[in-house]
Design a binder for this molecule. Sequence first.
Ligand code: FAD
Ligand code: FES
Length: 337
Amino acid sequence: MPIVQIHNSADSFEQTERHDSILRAGLGAGLGLSYECNSGGCGSCKFELIEGEVEELWPEAPGLTARDLKKGRKLACQCRAKSDLVISMRTDESFRPVILPVRFQATLESRRELTSDITEFCFRGPAPARFLPGQYTMLSLDGVPCPRAYSMSNLANTEGVWEFWIRKKPGGRVTEPLFAMLEPGDQVGLDGPYGLAFLKADAPRDVLCIAGGSGISPVLSIARGLLNNPTMVGRKLHFFFGGRTPADICGLEELKALPSFAERVCFHAAISEPKPEDGWEGAVGFIHDTVVQVLGGSLGNYECYLAGPPPMVQATTKMLLLDEGVPAEQVHFDRFF
Ligand SMILES: Cc1cc2nc3c(=O)[nH]c(=O)nc-3n(C[C@H](O)[C@H](O)[C@H](O)COP(=O)(O)OP(=O)(O)OC[C@H]3O[C@@H](n4cnc5c(N)ncnc54)[C@H](O)[C@@H]3O)c2cc1C
Ligand code: FES
């Protein structure tokens, strides 16, 4: 099988599975290759090919700019090695996987409608479910050529349960068949965990979670991880969730079921498209503006976790890093490309 050598470093790894991307093979070997989405959207896994030949799985992936294409750069999450390679790619200890990703088949045990377009899908795999709160897994459906990333909403467990809150995207090649056809007993392929925006249990600050839409899935896992971790009992949680209408707001019931919810959690919701007939009395506008209204001026005191669509994460990171001066090491996010 092809060997991939990182230029100007002692690091190398073997692409042991024919269908692995270069990124998956490297992370699977325990290397700290730079990445974020594993889905071709963010561009964090760019590399330059110095020697060898690759197969490009999605040459038009939006993670590459026109300049990248001109310079011949490629995405490690969207390329497979066809021969031994030498590549120039960013590596760092901070990208090294804490838990190595594994591939397995999982069976749908149950599904539960949460809002008009978000459903909880609960799968069971053959071995204990090992992941950190806030991480995601790649889900493959038979007949759909490339997997999609979904963040777990539950916590690691010995029973092998993987729970996801998934939003239906009209015309989506994975979510359409998932919502229309997947019934208890059906199988999917899972590959994970991935992701770096996981709960930092040793950070000494209170926690701020900010989610938009289906971004609630990983931050719910972070909230569950925080409130169930005996070493984090002193930390409080501000949980902000933004939707378009009151019917989009979910997750409060699950948060209320957590130990010490009343003493440690403040839940804030905002909607961006209010109608007079909704009778909504809560905050109106984008969720990052609500965060400023409630906590502005003190945001540097929090460890911040964000998840949701790229524009929401972009507006929120700008607010935190530039307007409020929160140190970048305290801001952790996953953009849902
Ligand atoms: C880190 C991360 C975590 C996520 N977590 C969640 C979650 O918890 N809940 C949730 O509802 N959504 C989540 N998403 C979004 C999810 O992965 C899908 O993008 C979404 O469900 C739409 O998929 P679709 O196939 O229905 O739509 P489509 O429009 O068919 O596909 C959308 C996505 O698929 C990928 N894609 C498209 N074409 C190709 C191609 N040729 N090759 C490879 N990839 C391609 C791109 O990333 C694109 O954005 C997450 C995304 C990321 C990156
Ligand atoms: S990790 Fe490859 S484009 Fe995001």
